[in-house]
Design a protein around this ligand. Structure first.
Ligand code: NDP
Length: 279
């Protein structure tokens, strides 16, 4: 794709951004779909976020927002999607003809799509252990609650943060577990890791699967070039497991849909990520 004076600029705004797979993912998608856009990662300080977002959106561009700016981004928007309102976080923004900044949190739909593929069955009624209380956990919780999970136990290192998340997104089906020992002997259809544990090769699993009575499946939101500790521990216990790569692709696909108004070339995105993994 030739970059010209009419090319739309889409950015990833965050700090750090150097590790991100989004530029490869989105530029491969733009090329496969034949759209006139270019995607770049920009390291951005908190005070610069509002200028970047407003300026880019008014210029017909947009982008993604990542750590540590997702909450601040939500406060900058003029028009918020239901997912932004529910989670208080924004990871995708774009402009309209009247200069307004729109935003969505595509981690919610990305998690939902990845989970649907992984589970090969409905989310409704399942019993889930969700580990973590940061942005990723909020997106997963919003999707699980909306899709009718039967019961969700939320466990986080800092209990107070889990309680705050549960107050915002929870409901009668969500229960905060204060200490890990209370998970011993429990049965789950699904265990989700939404902590940062696993980002570094050698990080341990945030849960000891041997202490649970049963875990039907294990989904990590963390991804990397290595197999995460969570996936390793699940597989060692004979549990079907996946990492966060499919969610990354799916949230990117939903962002693409918001910017371009049509379905994303998911296979091209998958190939770009696979190439990056082996490259
Ligand atoms: P946050 O910084 O918002 O939250 C981090 C979470 O990890 C908190 O719950 C924190 O607990 C927990 N945590 C950190 N260190 C430890 C530790 N040593 N032991 C136990 N728990 C720990 O991050 P995000 O929620 O935004 O991201 C979490 C992970 O999800 C990241 O690895 C990120 O890359 C991934 N992610 C993947 C996506 C995908 O598309 N696959 C999308 C979004 C995120 P505490 O509150 O106690 O500090």
């Amino acid at each position: 794709m030739k970059v010209t004076s009419t090319t739309r600029v889409l950015t990833l705004l965050g700090d750090p951004v150097a590790h991100s797979a989004s530029p490869e993912l989105q530029n491969a998608a733009f090329a496969a779909a034949g759209v006139d856009g270019v995607y770049v990662a920009v390291r951005c300080a908190p005070d610069d976020l509002v200028g970047f977002m407003r300026g880019l959106a008014r210029a017909g561009g947009g982008g993604n927002v990542t750590l540590p700016h997702k909450e601040k981004a939500a406060s900058i928007l003029d028009i918020r999607s239901e997912a932004v309102r529910r989670t208080g976080a924004c990871n995708t923004f774009w402009g309209d003809d009247e200069g307004r900044v729109h935003g969505d949190n595509t981690d919610v739909e990305g998690f939902r799509r990845a989970l649907e593929t992984f589970l090969e069955g409905p989310t409704a009624g399942i019993r889930v252990l969700l580990l973590g209380a940061g942005g990723a956990a909020r997106a997963a919780l919003a999707a699980l609650v909306a899709d009718g999970a039967g019961e969700i136990l939320l466990y986080n290192r800092s209990q107070e943060r889990a309680r705050a998340v549960s107050r915002r997104i929870g409901g009668p089906k969500v229960r905060v577990v204060p200490i890990a020992r209370e998970l011993e002997g429990e049965d789950f259809d699904l265990v989700v890791n939404a902590t940062r544990l696993g980002l570094a090769p050698g990080d341990p699993s945030p849960v000891d699967f041997r202490k649970l009575n049963r875990a039907g499946a294990a989904m990590d939101l963390v991804y990397g070039r290595h197999t995460t500790g969570f996936v390793q521990a699940a597989e060692a216990a004979g549990i079907r497991a996946t990492d966060g790569m499919d969610m990354l692709i799916q949230q990117g696909a939903v962002s693409f849909e918001r910017w371009w108004g049509h379905v994303a070339p998911v296979e091209a995105m998958r190939e770009a990520v696979a190439e990056r993994q082996t490259g």
